[in-house]
Design a protein. Structure first.
Length: 388
């Protein structure tokens, strides 16, 4: 099997996929814009071949790279980047070279929030009322129906970029004065806690791994207000969350893929409201959080699904695992060394965060785990304590 991995060096933890794919006898072929000598040794050793392009945005360069690999190694059986930013380009390349996986005719349901809502409805999920808005008058009509505040976000966008909460007519008018020249969807504001439903499906679309995380706040608030963030995994997954998550997996036809679905649990009725789908692994070091929660290796399990369509081991969610992000703009009470000393018994990982991701995830993170959730709460308080 020939597997092309786009950008195997970034995000930094994605190199973990490559040795495991190779261990199952898969020829992994890398394409990226990084110099080969700068790749980490584990990655160099596991790649069968690496093709450097000048710019991953240059589609023609990617076509030439894949053409070269096809000529040299034969039929390409898989192509992935696992990166939201490249999702559409990946689909276009699969379509052009007839590579199994998500094709360009499916991608609008994975990228356009308005099209997501169509499939959420098909799955029977609750959704926030929303509409693609093209003018101030259309926006006013929609707000007359749902009231303020409303959320304005790109219909096709990555993360919380250029997403706004509008609370009154002045903010609405100012939004349209500077609105970027692409489609925005307006949604009613849902008050509730944010949860994810994350997992992996096999080649038949069956969920073979799943978990859930609860978030302190939304990425929009984190980015727009320069806040720090934490989010933690659950040991017990609510049954009704799994049920609606499984239905969404089925209607989106998720096969041999990671998924990351976002939900509100609305305060006033405790119902789940589907927010959006992401057909890739959750961001940051969340894959590593899977591993710390279950004492297994999701990177290896993905490779086993690709090669043999089965997991190598059963899993059990044993621990609460929490991501605690810090921003350099904050004046924290406790130093990095004090954090490591105080939390040494429960810290399983700590790392700087790429500047590309730092607006949402912070500049530095600590990942802690415990079977006692009160330890997690104390750790969050310690790491995030700010000087008055």
């Amino acid at each position: 099997m020939n597997y092309i991995f786009i950008s195997p060096h970034f995000p930094v933890n994605y190199y973990n996929f490559i040795p495991h794919l190779r261990s199952f006898g898969i020829n992994v072929l890398g394409i990226a814009d990084e110099n080969y000598e700068n790749l980490r040794p584990e990655l160099k050793y596991s790649l069968v071949e690496y093709y450097k392009v000048n710019d991953l945005h240059n589609y023609d360069e990617l076509v030439r790279a894949i053409g070269f690999f096809t000529f040299k190694y034969g039929k390409i059986n898989r192509l992935e980047s696992f990166n939201e930013y490249w999702l559409e380009q990946d689909a276009l390349l699969r379509t052009e070279f007839n590579i199994p996986g998500v094709k360009i005719d499916q991608i609008e349901f994975y990228k356009n929030k308005s099209r997501m809502k169509e499939l959420f409805n098909k799955a029977g999920a609750n959704i926030a009322k929303g509409k693609v808005i093209k003018s101030l008058n259309e926006a006013k009509s929609f707000i007359e129906e749902v009231g303020y505040p409303v959320i304005a976000k790109p219909d096709k966008g990555v993360g919380a970029a250029q997403t706004f909460k509008l609370e009154n007519d002045n903010e609405l008018k100012n939004f349209f004065k500077s609105k970027p020249d692409f489609d925005y969807i307006f949604e009613e504001f849902i008050e509730g806690d944010i949860y994810s439903f994350d997992g992996l499906t096999d080649q038949n679309g069956k969920i073979v791994f799943y978990t859930s995380h609860k978030y302190q706040r939304g990425i929009m608030e984190t980015v727009n207000n320069d806040l720090h963030i934490f989010y933690h995994s659950l040991i017990e997954i609510p049954e009704d969350l799994y049920e609606i998550g499984e239905k969404i997996v089925n209607v989106f036809n998720v096969k041999e893929r990671f998924f990351h679905f976002e939900f509100f649990k609305r305060f006033k009725d405790k119902k789940w409201y589907a927010l959006e789908v992401n057909m890739r692994p959750p961001g940051g070091f969340t894959l590593d959080m899977f591993n710390y929660a279950c004492d297994f290796d999701i990177y290896r399990e993905y490779a086993s699904i690709v090669a043999e369509n089965k997991l190598t081991q059963n899993y059990e969610r044993k621990y609460f695992v929490c991501y605690i992000g810090r921003k350099f703009s904050k004046n924290y009470v406790y130093s990095h060394d004090q954090v490591l000393n105080e939390l040494q018994s429960i810290i399983v990982m700590h790392s700087p965060i790429s500047s590309v991701l730092s607006d949402a995830l912070g500049n530095y993170c600590y990942i802690v785990r415990s079977k006692d959730f009160s330890q997690i709460e104390k750790a969050i308080e310690f790491v995030h304590k700010i000087r008055n």
